[in-house]
Design a protein around this ligand. Sequence first.
Ligand SMILES: Cc1cc2nc3c(=O)[nH]c(=O)nc-3n(C[C@H](O)[C@H](O)[C@H](O)COP(=O)(O)O)c2cc1C
Length: 169
Amino acid sequence: MKTLVTYSSRTGNTQMVAKAIHSVFPPDAQLCPVEEAPAPETFDYLAIGFWVDKGLPDELAKCYMSTVRNKRVGLFGTLGAWPDSDHARQCMEHAVKTMEDNGNTVTCTFLCMGKVDPKLLEMMQNMPGAAERHAMTPERKARLEEGMKHPDAADLERARMTFSNACEG
Ligand SMILES: Cc1cc2nc3c(=O)[nH]c(=O)nc-3n(C[C@H](O)[C@H](O)[C@H](O)COP(=O)(O)O)c2cc1C
């Protein structure tokens, strides 16, 4: 059984989750950023991680995902929104459908919050129309503050649990 854990991560959140997931696979499982990932053909199982960008898996992850055909895969990701929100669910549903449309079987999925890059927040506040579109409501403030704590130890444990039996069978 050849396993690959590969991930796209700009600021390290998804990489943290990828390392946790990698730790539950057999010692010969490979771990690498998606930019350096070998072609998927030689693997029996792939765990693929992304960060959410405009409601979808980020471009680098999407690009690699589009090369995977007829494999057993697990998907994981991090995002700024609540992981139980419609936004999160729709993003993962889209990712799962993309994989299934290419003949893959998705054995498990995992999403958790990841702190949002403060530089992005600053940029959003300075954009025209920001006051209306990205207003700092109490809800948004609370979410961003919670996000700053993630991924935390409980997220990483849930990620390990989700993937612990993923590549069997
Ligand atoms: C350009 C950009 C766009 C983003 N878009 C979304 C989004 O649409 N929805 C969301 O929930 N989070 C969004 N985020 C937040 C990231 O998905 C989140 O912070 C993630 O944990 C980053 O992962 P990384 O540290 O592995 O790069 C965005 C972040 C950036 C930088």
